[in-house]
Design a protein around this ligand. Structure first.
Ligand SMILES: [Ca+2]
Length: 190
């Protein structure tokens, strides 16, 4: 009688283990079915894979409170300011590897809209000597502070160097900009 009981207990125990095993198999199966189809290519912000260079720096240096590093730090409430503005100034991103860039954003700074960029040209290069014009804008106005404006253009080529020439500001003798980001759109977006 005792033997019979322990055999029963063992049988129930083994059955339990078997059911647990089956249950975990089910979970694995469910996970497989949960897989989604591959998502379409997403656009990429390439700003952080580059190093920033400028030909006109804030008087306090690139790491100053309003130094050039602030124009690519990802924060709209920090800005790069130069005093004075010189119409030959440029900001350049040197990428670790060549990338196809076909959009960028500019974000206006916290105050003094007269210091906003108003005319600019984006150029690109593979050797930092020969530059190709990718985009040019004139009479551009920011309608608000901390406003992020986006500009798109066609560019099928990969470049290592992207340089934004600031040719005119909105009336001030100073220049300021909160943020410049460069973007690679999915190829099928063009
Ligand atoms: Ca910033």
């Amino acid at each position: 009688m005792i033997m019979l009981k322990s055999t029963k207990i063992r049988t129930v125990f083994l059955l339990g283990l078997l059911l647990l095993g089956l249950a975990s198999c089910d979970k694995k199966t469910e996970r497989t079915y949960d897989l989604l189809p591959p998502s379409p290519e997403e656009e990429k912000d390439m700003t952080d894979v580059g190093d920033l260079f400028v030909n006109i720096e804030n008087s306090g240096g690139d790491a100053a409170n309003e130094g050039s590093k602030k124009v690519v730090d990802g924060a709209a409430d920090t800005k790069f300011l130069t005093n004075p503005f010189i119409d030959t100034m440029w900001m350049e991103l040197n990428l670790i590897a060549s990338q196809r860039i076909d959009a960028y954003t500019l974000t206006s700074a916290n105050d003094a809209e007269s210091r906003d960029p108003m005319q600019w040209t984006l150029k690109a290069s593979t050797d930092r000597e020969n530059w190709v014009e990718l985009d040019h804008r004139e009479n551009e106005l920011f309608s608000a502070r901390f406003e992020k404006r986006r500009f798109e253009f066609e560019n099928p080529e990969k470049y290592k160097y992207y340089r934004l020439y600031i040719e005119k500001v909105n009336g001030s003798s100073l220049f300021q900009l909160a943020e410049w980001r460069i973007i690679s759109r999915p190829e099928d977006a063009e």
